[in-house]
Design a protein around this ligand. Sequence first.
Ligand code: UP5
Ligand code: MG
Length: 199
Amino acid sequence: MLPEVVFVLGAPGAGKGTQCSFIAKEYDFVHLSAGDLLREERQRPGSEYGEMIEEKIRNGQIVPVEVTCSLIHKAMMNSGKSRFLIDGFPRNKDNLEGWERAMSDKTKLLFILFFECSRDLCTERCLGRGAAGSGRSDDNLESLQKRFNTYLHDTMPIIKHYDRKGLVRKINAEVCPEDVFDCVKKVFREAGLEKRIAN
Ligand code: UP5
Ligand code: MG
């Protein structure tokens, strides 16, 4: 059986990471955040990509797919599991085409979870997280403006591409995390994905 993948998309701060943690606790899915994998690679001593990744992240630009896709692939293989939430990827045409070249034959894409949240609310959340000490070099107003431009110009077309294929499951992310998760559970139920059996 091919490994199964759900892509998780939405604006910066929409709550992708928060919801993926909830899902991974209750369902048999491994949460792989492309952003977290890139931040780890940036910190890895001897990484040839560290500086490039930091530069891209601070400027809200997208890292070339060869780097991101190979980190995702490696994390999938190392997990030994077969169901994955891929959080924050694919974000542009380069990501999409790179994934299709390298991974689409090796995986089954189930659907796209799309968290919809206004720019103002997302900005407030990310700035709040920055003020609370996230340590993220992109949780500041200047980087957030760039992240949003990239999201609107590069990522929205990818979401539309999947929507035309009937794969997008849109969720209102403007309510409290528990209420967002109720909608996520409904999507999983409708897709026939059961909760992990407690043991
Ligand atoms: N929060 C969450 N849900 C809430 C709710 N319902 N109500 C109130 N508050 C809520 O949440 C953000 C904050 O909001 C938290 O404080 C949370 O408690 C609160 P989070 O769950 O972290 O949201 P998320 O959507 O994951 O936000 P994140 O900032 O991680 O989104 P981005 O998409 O901007 O960040 P990511 O880490 O994916 O990418 C960062 C950068 O990496 C990109 O800009 C890019 O430069 C690079 N990148 C690539 O180049 N390629 C990739 O494939 C991926 C990333
Ligand atoms: Mg995140």
